[in-house]
Design a protein around this ligand. Structure first.
Ligand code: HEM
Length: 496
């Protein structure tokens, strides 16, 4: 039975081409009414996406509806609904407009592919993210940490946001392409930065969601950076084919993977997947690490606990992959950073057919906005949610937490394929740099999340570096042997 408010027919705008007309007669979840055409589109432009979604969830509840010109957006912010959409009823949804926003850059890579194509590619790519592969990438990550370390100087002020982006970019090019940090990588890095800025602008621009009805022309810079990326990635694929670069990297594994019919990824698919992994894998981890350093520098107790743990677990030697299960506090800091500042704070799904959710009939084509940020800051699931508190992640707390109350990597069949990679990189980086450096926040800074498509800080986060006592950081004693990962839905490196 439909129990919620009935909307008068005259308050409903003309549906766009892909929204069924049948919804004109249906009850709808609560949400702000438009007092004049395009009101919410303009409110979103001026108030920005996250504060506005927060306002909608607080004012209208867990399941609300907003109107963007001709499109209705359902804001689902209870873990039960998140589970329905991402897991139980996942077959009834596609990424739809969410994937279209990045299609001209990422083509049909794993992030933007749908249906059967997505399933085939996921299967082909999974082996490249298994435990043995991650252990191999971990060694490459440590080389990249060394590279940053060698560039930093005692007393120097760094922008930690820029440095973490450089670091994760080096990790991406090293693990994906076996490329050391060099000039070619710099060229690739610059083009990628432009591409990411363009993608962020599209995602954060509410007009982007209306792209199906409003064509947005790519600008010249966007086209030029796509040309450079295509050219550079093409050369890297050529080098792999010619055996110039060793093939124990991610690209090498993708090139040799075959599907059930014995078919390999085509050159175009390889390009799409490589660029997708590059884009999806470096900015997100850089954001999580930037906020983790910021919080650790703000609270001396957090930094001291990190240092104490690394000294206890690693002694004087370099942290290694095999230490991950013991680095519990480093894991909690990274975990809390992903809760408090989920790098992808919003993602979209589109209904493939008309369906029932709660007491509502949801028309085919409806867009759902799912925000880890809203759920991660809900006091029903997180006591004192506005406090950055790594200690909240006790085993007891985790075991009673709703599985979909923590989903920085999404969930269900479209969960982030790089989750294990990201935990490994995040925890190891925290341990590695904690062992060598004190991070001191430079004074008088206005630090807050930006209003792009990700949780990237609005500007720089300046930190003064202090090299820690050399006697506490002797390098490279042998590490103990590797251990196996934990269960899905949690950090795979949680110690049982
Ligand atoms: C802290 C770091 C990371 C976060 C927070 C994160 C978050 C996410 C989220 C939320 C999604 C799902 C988006 C949606 O459903 O629309 C996703 C998908 C994806 N991520 Fe990550 N990610 C991270 C790191 C990585 C890394 C390191 C890689 C690769 C090396 C990666 C590759 C991907 C890919 C390929 C997808 C698409 C998966 C699919 O649709 O099957 N991510 N990520």
């Amino acid at each position: 039975m439909i129990t919620k408010e009935k909307r008068p027919a005259d308050s409903i705008p003309a549906p766009s081409a892909w929204i069924s007309k049948s919804y004109q007669t249906l009850a709808a979840p609560p949400g702000p009414e438009e007092r004049f055409p395009f009101e919410q589109l303009f409110t979103l432009r001026t108030k920005k996406i996250l504060p506005y979604l927060r306002h909608v969830a607080r004012a209208y509840g867990d399941f609300a509806r907003i109107q963007l010109a001709q499109v209705w957006i359902y804001v689902a912010s209870h873990p039960d609904d998140v589970r329905e959409i991402l897991q139980s009823k996942h077959r009834s949804f596609v990424k739809g407009v969410g994937a279209d926003l990045v299609r001209d850059a990422l083509g049909y890579g794993l992030f933007s592919a749908e249906g059967e194509l997505h399933r085939r590619q996921q299967k082909l790519m999974q082996p490249a993210f298994r435990t043995e592969a991650i252990e191999r990438y971990a060694a490459m990550m440590l080389e990249c940490f060394d590279y940053s370390d060698a560039e930093w100087q005692d007393g120097q002020t760094i922008d930690v946001v820029e440095e973490m982006h450089r670091l994760t970019m080096n990790v991406a090019t090293r693990t994906l392409f076996n490329m050391p940090p060099d000039d070619r990588q710099k060229k690739l890095g610059h083009a990628l930065t432009v591409l990411l800025r363009g993608i962020a602008q599209r995602i954060s621009n509410p007009f982007g969601i209306l792209k199906a009805t409003l064509p947005i022309l790519p600008d010249r810079e966007w086209k030029e950076c796509l040309r450079i990326l295509d050219e550079q990635i093409g050369k890297i694929i050529d080098d792999h084919e010619a055996g110039v670069l060793p093939d124990d990297d991610l690209l090498g594994q993708l090139m040799s993977a075959t599907d059930d019919a014995g078919l390999k990824l085509s050159r175009k698919q390889l390009r799409d997947e490589t660029l997708t992994l590059f884009v999806a894998g470096h900015e997100t981890t850089a954001i999580a690490l930037s906020w983790a350093w910021y919080e650790a520098a703000r609270d001396p107790a957090i930094q001291a606990k990190l240092q104490e743990e690394v000294a206890r677990v690693c002694g004087g030697r370099t942290p290694a992959y095999s230490d991950l299960p013991q680095l519990r506090y480093c894991r909690r800091v990274f975990q809390e950073s992903l809760r408090y500042y989920p790098p992808i704070y919003l993602f979209l799904r589109q209904a493939l057919s008309t369906m029932q959710l709660r007491d509502y009939t949801i028309p085919k084509g409806s867009v759902f906005a799912i925000s880890p940020y809203l759920v991660h800051h809900d006091p029903r699931f997180y006591p004192n949610p506005e406090k950055f508190d790594p200690d909240r992640w006790s085993e007891d707390f985790e075991s009673q937490l709703h599985k979909f109350a923590y989903f920085p990597f999404s969930g269900g069949p479209r969960v982030c394929i790089g989750e294990r990679f990201a935990w490994c990189e995040g925890i190891l980086a925290l341990a590695w740099f904690t062992q060598r450096w004190d991070f001191e926040l430079a004074p008088y800074q206005d630090i807050r999340p930006g209003d792009g498509g990700t949780m990237r800080p609005a500007g720089a986060i300046e930190m003064i570096l202090r090299r820690r006592d050399a006697s506490s950081t002797p390098m490279s004693a042998p590490a103990p042997s590797a251990t196996s990962p934990g269960s899905p839905g949690k950090c795979p490196f949680t110690k049982a």
